[in-house]
Design a protein around this ligand. Structure first.
Ligand SMILES: [Zn+2]
Length: 109
């Protein structure tokens, strides 16, 4: 993913509106790209930070941003585990139907 692509997805990252594949791409890019990390920090400050300060609550930029990133990482990991579980369920289903066919053939003889 290029910086341009990553930057375009930052607002969606903050609003949690990214598809899992996009989310993974953006998170990976931001981890190793200081300028996009800075862009994310600024946008986070402008959106979430301003809103929080208007509400009169305190706002710890660094802590809250790493919390948000951790939350997105966690979501991504949960989705991945879910996908793996779905894959193995599919394998089980295929195995069960294969066994059923074999049993059917055996009982027919
Ligand atoms: Zn970048």
């Amino acid at each position: 993913m290029t910086c341009k692509e990553a930057e375009k997805k930052i607002p969606q990252l903050l609003e949690d509106r990214l598809e899992p594949a996009e989310l993974e791409g953006v998170l990976k890019h931001i981890e190793r790209c200081p300028s996009c990390k800075e862009e994310l920090t600024i946008q986070f400050l402008v959106t979430t930070g301003m809103q929080r300060l208007e509400e009169g609550s305190t706002f710890h930029l660094g802590r809250e941003l790493s919390g948000l990133l951790q939350e997105r990482h966690g979501k991504l990991n949960r989705l991945k585990r879910l996908r793996i579980a779905a894959c193995s369920l599919e394998t089980v289903a295929i195995a069960v139907s294969a066994v059923t066919v074999i049993l059917a053939v055996l009982t027919l003889r």
